[in-house]
Design a protein around this ligand. Structure first.
Ligand code: B12
Length: 325
């Protein structure tokens, strides 16, 4: 994906492909723009024209992605979005499109690919919904040869699981298939996580899910990313038991506890963890994140602790800042 966005020497955004590829979640991960902001920009400024699938989901192109990155870079440099949108519209009118800005600092693919990760996401979706473990294994073998782990996680596994969830919601696949698919993927990620070296002297981080939360694949990815960064990570999985976690933290003194939530009910439980840590000396830092905080940004303000960001690369960066301060 990053390949397509690299500017050619004389390249401009208008030269990028206009064919529909990425769903809204992939776009938000790739641009760092929140879904609610993306929809607002789209509605107000009419700068994008995403393709609609038969089930009315938006699909964005490489060109849309570059436009969004360009807009975000202008806003980040202090320009109001209305002014950035007018600037872009004017450049477009004059035929002087800007150059595509660089991708977010997700580690780029290892070498030039002809098959985009999203096509692997589609293949993996087909293999998993056909319950074909051998085909899924073959796909992962190809992926590991072609892409770094961050790309496999965010550009293949994530969109594949979103499609699985959508298909399940539409009644197109059965619950058993959804469970087969998520367990297969979880197993793959667990194997990668366990294959990373564990460094005994590095800062110790506990990673898991908020109480009642069973969606632990995102937090497993976070554990994997942080272990690859060299931290001493312990992955606690689903539905942490608050009192016991606090007792463990008192004894083991981790530097940081990171919990993830997908469900609102689970996010609300995080207050208990933060309160329990308040009187601990030394007090472990407490970070949180997960899809519900992207969907409902207001929950970030009502949750005590450090919001680690919308994406895993953001979380890795934030963790580094927290632990070096
Ligand atoms: C697999 C799955 C399950 C599995 C989970 C298995 C497991 N071990 O994780 C099972 C079958 C258990 C399950 C159960 C349920 N599920 Co479910 N599930 C999914 C599905 C299909 C995939 C989730 C997933 O793993 N995605 C892949 C991961 C990698 O993505 P992610 O979690 O978004 O994480 C990314 C980012 O958010 C971020 N991130 C994640 N964690 C963190 C943490 C930090 C600190 C940071 C910085 C970033 C970060 O990084 C990741 C990579 O970018 C989704 C569909 C979807 N659209 O997501 C539904 C989905 C999440 N489930 C949903 C629901 C409603 C349920 C149930 C209530 C269903 C029911 N009626 O029983 C139960 C709830 C169980 C519970 N108490 O938690 C809804 C949630 C809606 C909501 N927010 O309220 C979804 C969205 C389906 C839908 N379209 O309605 N589910």
């Amino acid at each position: 994906m990053a390949e397509a966005l690299r500017p050619s020497p004389a390249g401009s955004i208008s030269e990028l492909s206009d064919s529909p590829k990425y769903n809204i979640k992939a776009v938000c991960l790739q641009t760092g723009i929140r879904p609610v902001t993306l929809r607002a920009w789209e509605r107000r400024y009419k700068l994008l024209n995403p393709h609609r699938t038969r089930s009315n989901y938006r699909l964005y192109s490489d060109r849309d992605l570059a436009i969004l990155r360009w807009l975000k870079s202008r806003v980040d440099s202090g320009l109001p979005i209305s002014a950035a949108a007018t600037e872009l519209a004017e450049m477009r009118r004059l035929g002087t499109w800007p150059e595509p800005p660089p991708a977010l600092p997700i580690t780029p693919p290892l070498r030039r690919e002809s098959v985009a990760p999203i096509q692997y996401a589609d293949r993996l979706f087909k293999a998993l919904t056909a319950h074909s473990e051998s085909e899924a294994n073959a796909i992962f073998n190809e992926l590991y040869a072609l892409y770094d782990i961050a790309t496999v996680c965010t550009d293949v596994i994530l969109p594949c699981l979103v499609s699985i969830g959508d298909a399940w919601q539409r009644g197109e696949i059965r619950i058993t298939t959804e469970h087969f698919a998520s367990n297969y993927v979880r197993g793959r990620l667990m194997a990668l996580y366990q294959a990373q070296p564990t460094l005994r002297n590095a800062a110790r981080i506990l990673v898991g899910c908020a109480p009642y939360e069973l969606h632990d694949i995102g937090s497993l990815m976070l554990a994997l990313f942080l272990r690859r960064e060299g931290y001493r990570v312990e992955f606690l999985g689903q539905d942490v038991h608050v009192d016991d976690l606090l007792e463990y933290a008192r004894l083991e003194r981790p530097a940081l506890i990171c919990l993830s939530a997908t469900l609102e009910q689970s996010a609300r439980e995080l207050k208990r963890v933060h309160a329990g840590l308040a009187n601990m000396r030394p007090r472990p830092k407490f970070g949180f994140g997960g899809p519900i905080f992207v969907m409902r940004p207001s929950l970030r303000d009502s949750t005590p602790g450090i919001y680690l960001g919308d994406t895993l690369p953001e979380a890795s960066l934030k963790v580094r800042q927290i632990l070096s301060s």
